[in-house]
Structure formats: C-alpha cells, structure tokens
Design a protein around this ligand. Sequence first.
Ligand SMILES: *Cc1c(COP(=O)(O)O)cnc(C)c1O
Length: 419
Amino acid sequence: MPGPLPFDLDTLKKIAQTYPTPFYIYDEQAIRANVRRFLKSFDWLPFKQYFAVKATPNPYIVKLLAEEGLGADCSTLAELVLAEKVGLKGHDIMFSSNNTPAEDYIKARELGAFINLDDISQLDYLEDVAGLPECISFRYNPGSGFIEGNAIIGKPEEAKWGLTREQMFQAYALAQQKGIRRFGLHTMVVSNETDVHNIIKTALVMFELASELHRKLSIRLEYINLGGGVGIPYHPDEHPVDLEVWGRSVRKLYEEIIIPAGINNGSQPVALATECGRLITGPYGYLVCLVLHKKAIYKNYVGLDASMADLMRPGMYGAYHHITVPGKETAPHDCCYDVTGGLCENNDKFAIDRMLPHIDCGDYVVIHDAGAHGRAMGFNYNGKLRTKELLLKPDGSIQMIRRAETLDDLFATLDFENL
Ligand SMILES: *Cc1c(COP(=O)(O)O)cnc(C)c1O
C-alpha cells in the first residue's frame, strides 16, 4: 500500500508558488529512515548497500545516501562521474555494467571501484583497455528453473546478463591464471520482486555457488553481491518486503552454508552487498502535476501538465502508480478516468480506467512511488522538457536539486545559426 503524502494541499500550493508544476519531490526524512531500517536488518555481518545510481541519478540524493553509509552502484561512465562528484571512490563504488565501452572501464579503474564483469570475454577486454584490478567479480545468470521472472527483467534464461554456471567456473579459473587473487561474486536476477521468498532464494543460490567455487577453485570470496531488484508495493493490495525477515533468513542461510564451507577466513568473514535502487528511494518520491484539461468522448480523460516523458513506467510496462488528488482524499472515488499526458502517443497514460474523486481543471494530482526509475527514465520525445526535482528537507523546507529543462537545453545540440 503506498503511504500517505508527506504534504497537504496547502503546503503543496505554497511549494508550487515558488516551484511551478510539474515537479518531482523526494522526502529526505523518509528516505533516511528507510535506509536505517534496511541496514539494521544486515548489521550482523560486514554489509554494504550500493545505491543503483540509475534509479535516481541526482548527486544530492546519492550524497544523502552516502551520509547514511551507502555506496554507489554504477553501470556507465556518467554514473561513475556522478559518484565521483559526490566524493565516492574506491570500494564505495560497485561497477556492474554490461556491453561495456573501454572508457567506462578506464574510469572505473581510475576510481578504484569494484569491477563486476558481465561476461567471460570481458576479462581479456578489461585487461587490454584498462588493466586488471586486484579484485574482480563475475555476474551469475542462473538460467532456467530459478524463478518465473517478470515483465521487467524477464526469465533469467532470456535475459542478456551474466555468465552461465559452467562459464562462472571457467571465468574464475581464468582470472586466477591471470594472477588475480581477490574475488567477489555477483548476481541480479529479480526485478521489483515483492515476494521475500524469491529474494531469499537468490541468497541460497549464491551461497551454494560460493561454496562450490571454494571447493573447486579454492576461492575465498571477499564479498557476495546479491544485486538489487527488491520490489515496493505500488498497488494498494501489495505489501512491502519485510526487511527483518529478509535479513534474518539470509543470516540463517549464511550460518548454514557459508560458515561450514570454510570460506570465512578467520577474522575475515565474507561480506554481503546489495545494489538496490527502487527499495531505497522508490516510495519516497512523487511526481506532482496540475490538471490542465478534461475531455469526455468515448471515455473520460484528465490531462496533466506532465507526460510519459516524465514517468514512462505506466506507458512502458503497464505499471500501476497510485494517484492521489490532494484535498479530495476522502471524497468518494466514483469517477472513472484515463489520466494522460500530452504526447502524440496513446500509451501516454499514467492510469487507465482509474476510479478517482471528481477532478476539476486546476486540481493537483500526485503520482506516488516515483522516487526510482521515474525522472531517470525521462526523455524528450515531442520536445517535452524534463521536470525539476525538489528535496523536502526534514525541517519542512524545500531545496531545488535539479532545475527544469529549458528550450535552450533541448536545442543545445542543434546549430540554428548556420541553417
Ligand atoms: C537496475 C539495476 C539495479 C537496481 O535495480 P532496482 O530494481 O532499482 O533495485 C542493481 N544492479 C544492476 C546491475 C542493475 O542493472
């Protein structure tokens, strides 16, 4: 169930006087509280959560997460540069990329990041273009029979990422031949998964693989990265993942599998890592819009000042995002609307056949759970300008952490002078 809004209609009106809609707004206090809860459930061993920068690539967000002890999970040069600007470096950065260009590896090496390879071929490539680091990990793709998969990441055996089980052993052996002695292990097989059993299963599969790597190749892993993909309850019928159950269950598996396997090297236990994005910021970001127009044809439409260019999840995945009309929370939800943007694209809809209170032009509409993979997936189709981002501080004040795009930004790559 999406939580209540951290602002009421009067506050919203005041914010919008200074910062006209549409805008994204993130709730700093709620983000920090959630991170602390999360870290607490893994406080029984060396643990690092690397925030998947792609989810909310804003330096102010990454910085406040770094203040809470999180690192950055980067997949591209731009994300590495953003992490660097925030002051992160070394093993506070996890570089989990795929189909990687040389300059990305060069930057990851320069920053001293953990490098996590998506294919066996990448070992030679990395060595050629940037040299080998002291510590390396490979991304495991467990293939069929793991879990059903879902609309976002698909079935593991259909997904482009990672190495097969057989290749994992070849890859670590090859890395050993090349003189590498320090290793991690990585996977990322679920996406927006809210069933804690599937999330725990990831740990089981990885711990068993870690034991086998140790048995066959005498590899003592320094860390096991369980990836991201932990889901959030977008729909009122869904429930959040119980972080305590997750932590406790992983601990049990760790004690049953990792410790007896003898991988723990005395005072140096195998660390765990995650690279969650959605779980960290998703529920605490909102897209705030104004109703520009209404129309009634074969269906009833409410037209917002934002579009799919600001939040593409509903249009791209058919994803549900809860909608609140501030000031009308308790009014009867007896009107059925399609809530749309203004793109020349019929999947530019934030909601289809949604029961909402009666909506008037000039009402605010708040789209929930837009704090991850929201603004970040924005685009400029139809020349739509991407929105600003605001941070709601714990003292109630507002900080603009990204301005809105302007037409000059949009046209910056064009040359009108020499037409
Ligand atoms: C996208 C991604 C993540 C984060 O996914 P969430 O669903 O936001 O938790 C983590 N690791 C990798 C490699 C990714 O591609």
